[in-house]
Write a protein that binds this ligand. Structure first.
Ligand code: FAQ
Length: 311
């Protein structure tokens, strides 16, 4: 019966076993994973847009090649994650329909504009930096396909993080104009990077369930603290400042304490009213419409091959 199955499911998680696609799982576990993995996949795909906008304007061949590789990696991460979600019984068409109709969420961070080239380095350093902290945690998650996807994705994002950090530090030590450009980018991306790790634990309705079933092994605030503890001292060491007058190192706990986060801004962005929400969705809808002929051609090709196989 249900109670016995649930007890066995929870015992498996407690033993550190992975739950695999054909295994029994509570409906709520399945629903939570579909929600999270599909939102994550959408984030990777929409996340190509802010950086993709700068490929034609990269300042050198080396930086252009790095950026092309990074954006291509993000497309791959999206594919990986849609596949992981499909193992839970949801179809790619359903997920895409939810994204394109505006029903599905994707990360708040990709609704901010990339105004200068330094934003590209800053996304690598801060946004990939935050994503890695969150995803290293998710690599431990109880659902096998998601945890394995995270291992591969984190390896690639570590490269994204390094190139971003190298770029921003280079500009921070460059001409006054380069330093000002790097500082301006850090000023604009710091708070959105903190917000992207999710609301405070007290306002995070999904965390208790996800922690109970080993999907999340840390809370939003714990991951945010790890992110700040690594990045705040490194940014200061590069000779840049952070736009938080309340930021200070606390000797007693060994943590960097931050000032209040503007959660009104966060919820406005999550609810579709951020600076770039409309542009991002329009770009995805346009890409989907323009790709219709490819999907039709693939379907026709598959049907033809099936016919020849039968004949
Ligand atoms: N944006 O109860 P919680 C990347 C929603 S990948 C929008 O705390 P949860 C790679 C949340 O969905 C970045 N919505 O939720 C890259 C929920 O609403 P719902 C994406 C957000 O799930 C780098 C409600 O608020 N990563 O960056 C956000 O326990 C560079 C209540 O929140 C992932 O998706 C947000 N930031 O914790 C690509 C990782 N935060 O669904 C290109 C997987 C919360 O109940 C360039 N996801 N909400 O209607 C997770 O780890 C979790 O879902 C959290 C949120 C931690 C994001």
């Amino acid at each position: 019966d249900y109670e016995a199955r649930l007890a066995e499911f929870e015992a498996r998680i407690a033993r550190g076993e992975k739950i695999e696609p054909g295994d029994w799982m509570p409906e709520e576990y399945r629903r939570q994973l579909v929600r999270m993995i599909s939102q994550h996949a959408h984030s990777e795909v929409v996340g190509m847009l802010p950086e993709g906008a700068w490929i034609t304007r990269a300042p050198s061949l080396k930086r252009k090649m790095i950026l092309i590789a990074k954006v291509q990696d993000e497309a791959g991460h999206g594919q990986y994650l849609y596949h992981a979600a499909e193992t839970l019984g949801v179809t790619r068409e359903e997920m895409l329909e939810a994204l394109l109709s505006g029903k599905a969420k994707y990360s708040s961070i990709f609704n901010y504009p990339t105004l200068t080239w330094a934003d590209i380095g800053t996304i690598g350093w801060l946004v990939d930096g935050a994503a890695i902290k969150n995803q290293t945690m998710l690599a431990q998650c109880s659902y096998g396909p998601y945890s394995r996807a995270m291992v591969r994705i984190c390896a690639e994002e570590t490269f994204h993080h390094k190139q971003g950090k190298e770029m921003v530090i280079t500009y921070a030590k460059g001409t006054p104009k380069q330093r000002a450009m790097a500082q301006d980018a850090i000023n604009r991306w710091w708070w959105p990077a903190l917000m992207m790790l999710g609301p405070h634990d007290s306002d995070s309705p999904n965390t208790p369930t996800l922690v109970k079933w080993g999907v999340k092994t840390k809370t939003n605030d714990e991951v945010r603290q790890e992110f700040i503890n690594e990045h705040a001292p490194e940014i200061l060491e590069a000779g840049l400042t952070l736009p938080d007058p309340g930021l200070r190192y606390d000797e007693a706990t060994g943590n960097w304490v931050h000032g209040p986060i503007n959660w009104d801004e966060f919820w406005a962005v999550v609810n579709g009213n951020g600076p770039m929400n409309k542009e991002r969705l329009e770009a995805r809808r346009r890409a989907h419409a323009e790709g219709a002929w490819v999907r039709e051609a693939l379907a026709a090709y598959a049907a033809r091959r099936q016919q020849t196989a039968v004949a």
